[in-house]
Design a binder for this molecule. Structure first.
Ligand code: NAP
Length: 307
């Protein structure tokens, strides 16, 4: 252990990382938050958050994250706007490489979250930024009075569709099954919106268009029938993958790449804790991530005291 080692590095700045920072800072651990490529995490890519307690009229995702960050800064949190490249959790103090720096620390909270998943089609890759997007809030404005499709049947797909319906002339939800996993309240709203319709059970075979999106080619999952749907925008909302590349070979991961937790927020390495969507495949809510961030900070404090 060297004198220069931080007490605690928190990797990630979504609800899990920022709540961990608030608790750790108030406990006197002077945490360093490495904020990552998407500071604020997935909530900065959403619009209205209606289910975070304490905001009866809802709150915009980016504003909620900005408030959490200010709350962490009010105490003794330092932020670094870099991404973590790799880590060494095998030697102590641990080393975290971020930007050009090798940072030493006695404990770590991994709260790197998850990022949007893509369909994996060559045509999708070619047309990202040319009509293909994973963020209606970021790109919806380009599709005013245009026809768009949203791929997926979960909460994200329905939220994206409802948002896009305010801008686009028509929104078609394309889903591989006939039933949706999105919350009933979102399904109800979509049903009532005259601009939204769905096309199920359909698989996207290809995104059409050479340099700009012109449509999608779909295959009916029951009949095998192929059909084309014209559109100018394709919003992919088929879930997320955990951001765990820097931790491969350092922490136990499951087959999907998620960090395997022990006793709540512990990991396979003592002194390294985990919180939020990088571990949680079930709830994946801002409030559950925040709760896990609080628990991780309290466990980190207890661990540091035990050293
Ligand atoms: P999700 O719930 O995992 O849904 C992903 C959807 O994409 C599913 O309908 C899935 O189909 C479909 N899908 C997956 N892989 C596909 C593929 N290769 N091709 C076509 N379709 C595919 O993901 P999410 O909607 O992003 O939500 C993630 C979490 O965030 C959830 O826990 C959700 O509740 C939460 N969230 C909450 C809110 C809110 O307002 N509270 C808003 C957004 C997200 P199947 O149904 O057939 O599996």
């Amino acid at each position: 252990m060297t004198d220069q080692a931080h007490k605690l590095i928190i990797i990630g700045s979504g609800p899990a990382g920022l709540t961990a920072a608030i608790y750790a800072a108030r406990a006197g651990l002077s945490p360093l938050v490495i904020a990552g490529y998407e500071p604020g995490g997935q909530l900065t890519l959403t619009t209205e958050v209606e289910d975070f307690p304490g905001f009866p009229d809802g709150i915009q995702g980016p504003e909620l994250m900005e408030r959490m960050r200010r709350q962490a800064e009010r105490f003794d949190t330092v932020f670094m706007n870099d991404a973590v490249r790799t880590v060494d959790f095998k030697n102590r103090p641990f080393t975290v490489w971020a930007g050009e720096q090798a940072l030493k620390t006695r404990s770590v909270i991994v709260a790197t979250g998850a990022s949007a998943r893509w369909l994996g089609l060559p045509s999708e890759k070619r047309l990202i930024g040319h009509g293909v997007s994973s963020c209606a809030v970021c790109d919806g404005y380009f599709f005013r009075n245009k026809e768009v499709v949203v791929v997926g049947g979960g909460d994200t797909a329905f939220r994206e569709a409802l948002y896009l319906a305010k801008l686009a002339s028509r929104v078609t939800i394309i889903h591989r099954r006939e039933s949706f996993r999105a919350q009933q309240i979102l399904q109800e709203r979509a049903r009532k919106d005259p601009k939204i319709s769905w096309c199920v059970p359909m698989w996207v075979v290809e995104i059409l268009g050479e340099n700009i999106v012109a449509g999608v080619r779909l295959k009916n999952m029951k009949t095998g029938e192929i059909k084309n749907v014209d559109c100018q925008g394709v919003f992919v909302a088929i879930g997320h993958k955990p951001n765990t590349e820097p931790f491969q070979g350092q922490l136990e991961l499951d087959d999907g790449g998620y960090i395997v937790s022990r006793d709540g927020v512990g990991t396979s390495v003592a002194g390294v804790f985990v919180a939020g969507d990088v571990e949680d495949q079930k709830y994946r809510q801002a409030v559950t991530a925040a709760g896990a961030g609080c628990a991780a900070a309290m466990e980190a404090e207890e661990y540091l005291e035990s050293l």
